[in-house]
Design a protein around this ligand. Structure first.
Ligand SMILES: CC(C)(COP(=O)(O)OP(=O)(O)OC[C@H]1O[C@@H](n2cnc3c(N)ncnc32)[C@H](O)[C@@H]1OP(=O)(O)O)[C@@H](O)C(=O)NCCC(=O)NCCS
Length: 305
């Protein structure tokens, strides 16, 4: 398509946001996977996070149909989607080139669909990261809390009291996964404001053998579960163990506490997302009965030899 026009900005009018969301929605059915992840969707709706948005239109008129959308965050992470009826006409390549020229270092291909793989490869990109989507059905007995190792107890997250302690453990637990580890109080508050947020399913595991100056037990680990209102699918949203408490048998029971909570909410399936290089987490989840349902791939430039 020779007359594709791209336009990039950091702020979109609500009307345009709605057009983009409608396009993403149209693509989800044929693709079988959503092209825009939660973090980018939140940035799209709030205009926050320094994300730049690129729109592809059919021609010079501002009212021309929206053909595709791409987003780039300041860390270099990017996503792009083309409206299904206009695929294979050069829109995806045009958007990908805008992203790469603007400094994108990793472009997400949710589901690693053949078209995404072919486009990325034809631009000289290679897979640089894999994100596994794992799931398992909820079975009999899954609603029973497992026992924690001696010296640990569990309680729900208390808004207004636990934010700083959680941010610190999250930062330390995900030091090598910056996307999760760099979450700020603002990001946490934004998530706590979502419909699905349920403090009762945000479980904190404390070391009851120690007490800080303020009299609190140190936070050793957490399991934050997520369930969209009324959904049959629940999610192991984020699980983290403070590095000082790793290797003490917390991972298995910690996973089980969250899945038991979700089971008691009546979900029939539990899913989770885990990085392909996080071998310990992958092993924990496989032991807990989770299997790969999909793999998302990030494409980037090959490392210099
Ligand atoms: C991947 C996607 C963005 C491609 O958009 P597009 O506008 O159809 O892509 P283009 O027309 O610019 O295609 C560029 C090249 O990609 C490859 N390609 C794209 N779709 C393909 C397909 N279905 N089969 C094989 N190759 C394909 C081809 O090499 C093509 O070049 P060619 O047409 O000259 O042979 C689109 O399919 C999409 O939105 N998919 C869902 C979201 C997604 O996966 N995003 C991640 C992108 S890395």
């Amino acid at each position: 398509m020779s007359d594709v026009r791209t336009e990039t900005s950091t702020h979109l009018e609500q009307e345009v946001v709605d057009d983009v969301l409608a396009l993403v929605h149209r693509a989800t059915e044929p693709d079988g996977v959503e092209a825009v992840s939660e973090a980018f969707r939140l940035a799209l709706a709030s205009g926050r996070g320094g994300v730049s948005h690129t729109l592809a239109h059919a021609g010079p008129s501002p009212s021309a149909d929206l053909l595709g959308y791409a987003a780039l965050d300041p860390s270099g992470s990017a996503e792009l989607v083309v409206d299904p009826p206009t695929r294979r006409r050069g829109v995806g390549r045009a958007l990908l080139r805008v992203l790469l020229d603007a400094g994108a270092t990793g472009v997400w291909a949710h589901g690693d669909l053949p078209a995404a793989r072919a486009l990325a490869t034809s631009e000289g990109l290679v897979p640089t990261r894999e994100l596994h989507v794992m799931e398992r059905p909820v079975g009999e007995g899954d609603d029973v809390d497992p026992e924690l190792p001696e010296g640990f107890s569990v309680r729900p997250f208390e808004p207004g009291r636990d934010e700083q302690a959680w941010l610190e453990v999250n930062r330390l637990a995900f030091a090598s996964h910056p996307e999760q580890g760099s979450i700020t109080l603002e990001d946490l508050t934004e998530r706590m404001g979502q419909d699905w947020f349920d403090a009762a399913g945000f479980l904190l595991v404390e070391d009851t053998t120690a007490t800080s100056d303020g009299g609190a037990h140190p936070l050793a680990a957490f399991h934050w579960t997520k369930r969209e209102v009324g959904a049959q699918v629940g999610e192991v949203y984020v699980v983290g163990v403070h590095p000082a408490y790793q290797g003490r048998g917390l991972a298995g029971p910690l996973t089980g506490l969250g899945t038991a909570y979700l089971a008691r909410q009546g979900v029939t399936t539990i899913e989770l997302y885990v990085d392909g290089d996080n071998t310990r987490a992958l092993a924990t989840y496989r032991r807990a009965g989770f299997e790969d349902a999909a793999v998302h791939v990030v494409y980037g430039r090959p490392a210099a030899p």
